[in-house]
Design a protein around this ligand. Structure first.
Ligand code: ADP
Ligand code: PMV
Ligand code: MG
Length: 389
């Protein structure tokens, strides 16, 4: 049986890191995706090779594990339960680490270990030790703050569940298909378990916005879908400075332990900024003047959020260069995602001319950065059975 699944990346408009500590945050999906093609053996008569295969196509890596070996080291593989998401135990983490280590991943690509481990955990928990082949492609930059880890986990969970007993889908449907409400919740829960393997202590905002798409307000594991009443155009600048979300999240937690009162005040301020930002985005726009006023307020809130992210210790010289450059054109920016490098968001007000946009992009790219303007707030996770999309 074959299925293709895809899940979008995201931008965080306000509240990254603070959301891990219970503050409100606002995020939106973007039109960059991780895509999984899955071929799974459904009967023993099929000519399977007794292997679980993972092909990371963009990177040119192919990994495989004999299913007998998986069964030997991972107890979960003997008892898969697709309908009840569960956490990877420390023993299973160790067993999976051994399975990944056997693949001799080059030192320069060691960051992939976390993603491959999440793949093994999600697959074996949902399908046990059935032979299968998964081919992954992605238009998202990895480790840049655009939620590649969540989009990877959501697309895997979507593909694995689509061909499981937990979900019933119309296999004859042509083109992309979304899951029903309860089933999509299951995708989100499994994806969160994968994110935990990659991030350590994720808030759940990234997997939630990748699963459900749109724009969301998120606090303490709960989402509220938002309806934007204004056009929102964001320039995304990738500083191309590599970083790791797990380490940055841990760094903020350590700072919080050292300075609990000060950091809690920072998180409370972020909470207020996110709430104000979401109410501005959702309040009706009567005319051009009110749109310009709203954009001005958003810019101010983005700058305030950036200042607080600096207080958390997650900015970076490359991020500061982007802030300084865009400010020359009177444009406001903030980092998005975990920071420490990665991507920066710049609000492009509706009256800003194409000439100015081109100039800012040219100047940012002359610093070695990469710019893109993504569509915001599209669909979340989807599957396709006809293989022609
Ligand atoms: N397409 C992919 N294939 C394999 N692993 C992936 C893929 N996308 C993401 N990952 C995993 O997620 C990690 C990056 O996640 P993270 O540090 O949270 O940054 P971000 O989520 O902002 O891209 C990668 O190092 C890798 O382990
Ligand atoms: C920093 C954080 O708020 C977002 C991390 O996003 P990303 O992995 O950098 O795309 C962590 C989280 O919410 O789990
Ligand atoms: Mg991530």
């Amino acid at each position: 049986m074959e299925v293709t699944a895809r899940a979008p990346g995201k931008i965080i408009l306000c509240g990254e890191h603070a959301v891990v500590h219970g503050s409100t945050a606002v995020a939106a999906s973007i039109d960059l995706y991780t895509q999984v093609f899955l071929h799974i053996s459904t009967t023993h008569s099929e000519s399977d090779d007794g292997l679980l295969r993972l092909h990371l196509k963009d990177m040119g890596f192919e990994f495989s594990w004999p299913t007998g070996r998986i069964k030997e080291v991972l107890p979960e593989a003997g008892n898969p339960l697709s309908s009840s998401p569960r956490s990877c135990s420390p023993e299973s983490i160790k067993a999976i680490a051994n399975l990944v280590e056997e693949q001799n991943i080059p030192e320069a690509k060691i960051g992939l270990v976390a993603g491959i481990s999440a793949f093994i955990w999600l697959y074996t928990s949902i399908h046990g030790s059935k032979p299968a082949r998964a081919v992954i492609t992605s238009t998202l930059p990895l480790g840049s703050g655009l939620g590649s880890s969540a989009s990877f986990c959501v697309s895997l969970a979507t593909a694995f569940l689509a061909v499981s007993d937990a979900v019933s889908l119309d296999l004859s449907h042509q083109g992309w298909l979304s899951f029903k409400e309860q089933e999509i919740d299951l995708v989100n829960k499994w994806a969160y378990e994968g994110e935990k393997i990659i991030h350590g202590k994720p808030s759940g905002i990234d997997n939630t916005v990748s699963t459900f798409g749109n724009m969301i307000l998120f606090k303490s594991g709960k989402l509220t879908l938002m309806k934007s009443s204004m056009p929102l155009k964001m320039l995304i600048t990738n500083t191309k400075v590599g970083r790791n979300t797990k380490a940055l999240v841990a760094g903020v937690s350590e700072r919080t332990l050292r300075h609990p009162d000060a950091m809690n005040a920072v998180f409370t301020a972020v909470d207020s900024i996110s709430k104000e930002l979401s109410s501005i985005i959702q309040s009706p726009v009567s005319d051009e003047i009110s749109l310009t006023e709203k954009e001005g307020k958003l810019e101010e809130l983005m700058e305030m959020n950036q200042g607080l992210l600096q207080c958390m210790g997650v900015s970076h010289v490359a991020i500061e260069t982007v802030l300084r450059t865009t400010l020359k054109y009177k444009l406001a920016s903030k980092l998005t995602g975990a920071g420490g490098g990665g991507c920066v968001l710049t609000l492009l007000p509706s009256l800003l001319s194409r000439t100015v946009i081109d100039k800012v992009i040219a100047e940012l790219e002359s610093c070695g950065f990469q710019c893109l303007i993504a569509e915001i707030g599209g669909k979340g996770a989807e599957v396709c059975f006809d293989n022609s999309s």
